[in-house]
Design a protein around this ligand. Structure first.
Ligand SMILES: [Zn+2]
Length: 637
């Protein structure tokens, strides 16, 4: 418990990963967010960045050559670029005039250029990079200190790239990229793709990195430091030996590198489960950077290793972005769930592989479903087209991860993993919209799941189920009646969900399962059985993202206070709450008999139930200010 107490403030300090608000962004409002999803009139084919970084002066001198192809005729090109002083703009050898408006750099082409024309614009610029005032990645961070943890790096998700190089800064325009970086003697530079050349002589060192796979601007990054220690590994993927690099602080390498090394096993597993690692002809690297979390820059994830991570989960999450986000990039920021929902779910997939199905279910309940259900402020919004400040929230991470969990339970493992493989391979080195994924589901399963995607991706909220049951003797058998109601009434526009539902009917040592599709506000299901059920459990395998009430209707909106406990436990009841006062946990058997009462102060913990027989229990939570009947707990070993 001491460990947990020490850990919780750290987790609170750094949580949530990859998330922050955008309300202070100087140039962008929601309209720009929408505009960023508009039709492009040119596409960039290649970025050639040449960055001379004067770290002591915290300034740069740079040229960026943007090779592009016109998709429609125009007499100008509008790039995104913020701050930094431009000294010259050329098309080939010809100087071009330009104007700057807020975040836009508008370059005149001299005359109207037809669609299909390919041209290259070279922008020379210099100065101290400015940084976005909001967002997860705010551009370039230069650390001129002599600290043994000093790192100069970039972090650009989702709109920080324009703060350090001119670009078309939206995820649907991916291009190949190369970066020639010059730094003072002693600094090592790590970037995307492969190192084509380096010069480690004299007062200036140079590194030439080439990313041959298309890359979205928010994934273009480098990190430079004098403090790195490198540990390497290789993983065999098909006929390729893929280099694995861990660039971490010298001072932390012995402690941190073993925790990152699990990525080698994850690469083998995900390559088998999805399709071979998309950048197997390049590398995968972990690079220490003091980001407020971790960032999946293509082939070189930046990770803050001073955070008390759940290491396997974070390594799996970031690495899985290689498939979901980096190779297949969400075409529109409004479809962020294709990146973050998938990566969040991939942590559960790795835990399932490493620790088994019960560990998967526990992780799903505690780290995915509960996180979403407790985030009541986002419940009024849909996963697709989230409000701008919620672009990195439980709406794009945990709720869509739960959608994938539910989809898997509905279509079955075989079809689910065929869907992932087909979708990934089809949109490899490209971009995808939500409809692309949904179409693959229809194609692979041969069934139309638009009802499922519409209620879970395009509508808010989740179901809240109330279940009651009774049985009556009838001659030598029993009539059993199960009443199921959907009682969700918040947010106001939450609908009635259509979902396959399941009940476990427990008769002594015998458990059987009843399944049907529920699409009604309430319905009663009656059946005959030869033995009286001792209990009936709704959704015993935790298939559905939901709240439940066992015969209790309180009709209230989600409470600010939350209390959560595991649904299915291995000999114990794991609980957590945000309540800051003493409370009692009461355990009842199916007949309503109180079996246990615990008076507690800790906000999280586990109650040992090893002396209790397998079966169904009800949990009640009580404190001076709050009381709640909770879901049933199925104890099984
Ligand atoms: Zn992520």
């Amino acid at each position: 418990m001491i460990g947990l107490k020490l850990l919780l403030p750290l987790l609170f300090l750094w949580s949530p990963k990859e998330k922050s608000g955008f309300e202070e962004h100087p140039f962008f409002g929601y309209e720009d967010f929408a505009a960023g999803d508009s039709i492009l009139y040119f596409e960039v084919e290649h970025y050639d960045l040449n960055l001379d970084i004067d770290i002591p002066a915290e300034s740069i001198s740079a040229t960026a050559t943007v090779a592009l192809k016109m998709l429609a005729s125009s007499d100008s090109i509008r790039l995104d670029f913020v701050g930094l002083e431009i000294s010259d703009v050329k098309e080939g050898a010809v100087s071009r005039s330009y104007e700057r408006h807020d975040s836009a750099l508008v370059i005149s082409l001299g005359s109207t250029v037809p669609a299909g024309t390919e041209l290259a614009l070279t922008i020379s610029y210099h100065g101290k990079p400015t940084m976005a005032t909001g967002g997860f990645g705010r551009g370039m961070y230069i650390d001129s200190s002599s600290s043994n943890s000093a790192v100069t790096y970039t972090c650009s998700a989702p709109w920080g790239a324009k703060y350090w190089f001119p670009c078309q800064d939206c995820p649907q325009d991916k291009a190949t990229m190369e970066m020639f970086v010059t730094v003072p003697e002693g600094y090592e530079v790590i970037s995307n793709g492969l190192l084509a050349y380096s010069s480690l002589a004299g007062a200036d060192w140079s590194f030439h990195w080439v990313e041959a796979h298309p890359i979205a601007t928010y994934l273009i990054a480098f990190a430079a430091s004098r403090n790195y220690a490198l540990t390497t590994d290789t993983v065999q993927v098909g006929s390729d030996k893929v280099p694995i690099h861990h660039w971490v602080l010298k001072a932390d390498s012995a402690e941190v590198t073993p925790k990152l090394a699990v990525v080698s096993d994850i690469m083998e597993y995900f390559s088998e489960l999805f399709y071979p690692y998309p950048f197997k002809d390049e590398k995968y690297a972990h690079v220490y950077a003091p980001v407020s979390g971790a960032m999946e820059n293509q082939t070189c994830t930046h990770i803050n290793t001073s955070i008390a991570w759940d290491w396997d989960a974070i390594v799996a999450h970031e690495f899985s972005h290689s498939w979901w986000g980096n190779s297949t990039t969400c075409r529109y920021l409004k479809h962020m769930w294709l990146n973050e929902g998938f990566a969040t779910y991939c942590s559960a997939l790795w835990i399932e592989h490493a620790e088994g199905p019960q560990a998967y279910q526990d992780y799903y309940e505690e780290q995915i479903a509960s996180v979403y259900l407790q985030a009541s402020s986002i419940h009024p919004y849909s996963i697709i087209d989230p409000p701008w400040p919620q672009i990195y929230s439980a709406l794009t991470y945990e709720k869509p991860a739960a959608v994938l969990h539910m989809l898997r339970r509905i279509v079955g493992d075989e079809d689910f993993f065929r869907v992932l493989k087909t979708y990934g391979e089809r949109f490899q080195d490209s971009t995808a919209a939500s409809q692309d994924f949904e179409s693959v589901v229809t194609e692979v399963t041969g069934k139309n799941y638009s009802w499922f995607f519409n209620e879970w991706l395009r509508a808010p909220g989740h179901p809240r189920y109330m279940t009651t049951w009774s049985s009556q003797p009838d001659a030598d058998s029993f009539f059993v009646s199960i009443h199921l109601a959907q009682t969700q009434n918040w947010p106001a526009d939450v609908g009635i969900f259509t979902m396959p539902v399941e009940f476990a009917v427990i008769r002594g040592n015998d458990t059987s399962y009843l399944s049907f599709v529920d699409s009604l506000k309430e319905q009663t299901f009656v059946f005959r059985t030869d033995a009286q059920p001792s209990s009936i459990v709704f959704d015993p395998r935790g298939n559905i993202l939901k709240k439940t009430q066992a015969g209790i209707e309180d009709g209230s909106e989600p409470a600010e206070v939350y209390f959560d406990c595991s649904l299915i436990s291995q000999g114990g009841l794991t609980y957590s709450t945000n309540l800051r006062e003493p409370f009692d946990i009461l355990l009842y058997d199916a007949s309503g008999r109180k079996l246990l009462a615990k008076h507690l102060n800790e906000s999280a913990g586990k109650i040992d139930l090893k002396d209790f027989p397998n079966g169904v229990y009800f949990v009640r939570f009580e404190s001076e200010s709050h009381s709640e009947n909770l879901k049933t707990v199925l104890l099984s070993r």
